[in-house]
Ligand binder design. Sequence first.
Ligand code: PMP
Length: 429
Amino acid sequence: MNVIARRESEVRSYCRTFPATFSKALGSKLWDGKGAEYLDFFSGAGSLNYGHNHPALKDALVSYISGNGIAHSLDMTTDAKCRLLEAFERIILEPRKMDYKVMFPGPTGTNSVESALKLARKVTGRSLVISFTNAFHGMTLGSLAVTGNEMKRNGAGVPLGHTFCAPFDGYFGEGVDTIAQIETMLSDGSSGLDAPAAFIVETVQAEGGINVASGSWLRELESLARKHKALLIVDDVQVGCGRTGLFFSFEEYGIQPDIICLSKSLSAFGLPLALTLFKPELDIWKPGEHNGTFRGNNHAFVTAAKALELFWSHDSLSRAVSLKAAIIEDRLRQCARRYGGEWRGRGMIQGLAFGDSSVAPAISAAAFSRGMLVETSGSQGEVLKLLPPLTIDESDLQRGLNTIDTCIDQVLSARKDSPRTTRTQEVMA
Ligand code: PMP
């Protein structure tokens, strides 16, 4: 029995989906200790938008460490932090005419969500936060309370409250205006729904099954929030940092969230880093009212600042994302026509949803056995979720799409030939 099985908690999960011992990684590839190669269509669940060990980011980090640059600083001022904030202001905020204060909430996505929820409640004096069906916002108690998934919620062990879960765009099918439903409830003093402090939303529900909100739905949500004096929080932890093409996933829709949560690919190197952005008038924190030991991850500041210069001071990455997104969409739509399944996605987060929830996990397992990492999402894992690095080259992209095509064919043909094939048999195949 290896040390993982012997010693690591049963809570481990990705190592079960991708059972290899990885040693090295570069760009869109990983290798195990024996040199077997894996093509990465998973990107650290959205944390490696620019691939593994990008040489320019690695050089910046190595030279910072070699020069004895500060590693840990809580929220003391360091050169690395100033350089990151200056780059963020100059490259991200100013060109978009976005005036936001920047908070370091702790190093992970859930830290950013917790700080956003706290701030919204503090600013409005209201406790209720409205979240959406199939949302995923993190694993700590506040963010779990705005997460939909039953299994994850049950892990809390205490009641998760002060939240109301409203239907996301399309939840009741096409033609049902879910914003109108929420509006009816909020405008009716007898509906039992209290005035909310905030709405928290993902523009694309990544863990929840690649559910894409339309621009008009998001704009209506923004108006609804304004009308009811509630704040709009956009959780851009997974689909921000270019996943949908532009830096923020909402910017093409012209909405202006009050609070924005960012993490995952922000450090650009797989290092923990999160930011919470909010409009200046909301900055009513008292010094130290929200803190944490690891808010000064200077190594992440160095790689994040370098990545902003490299990828966001011009639009070539965004243009490349649109081109690659079109290639992915084209191939997945062909697969959907040929094999069944429903295409979903936006930018370079795309997938296929299958009616039988055992199909996508079987395809993921088949792809792994052919040297490729691709995960599933959705409440039952029913959606095959493609998340290649944004910087993947076209030949690797095509190769990955070919493998997926072959694996869908393999899994579905096996089922046709032997209707009683179990999921376990396919996973073992
Ligand atoms: N929000 C969203 C939209 C996420 O996808 C995730 C992570 N999958 C989180 C928050 C939580 O981030 P972390 O795992 O870093 O706490």
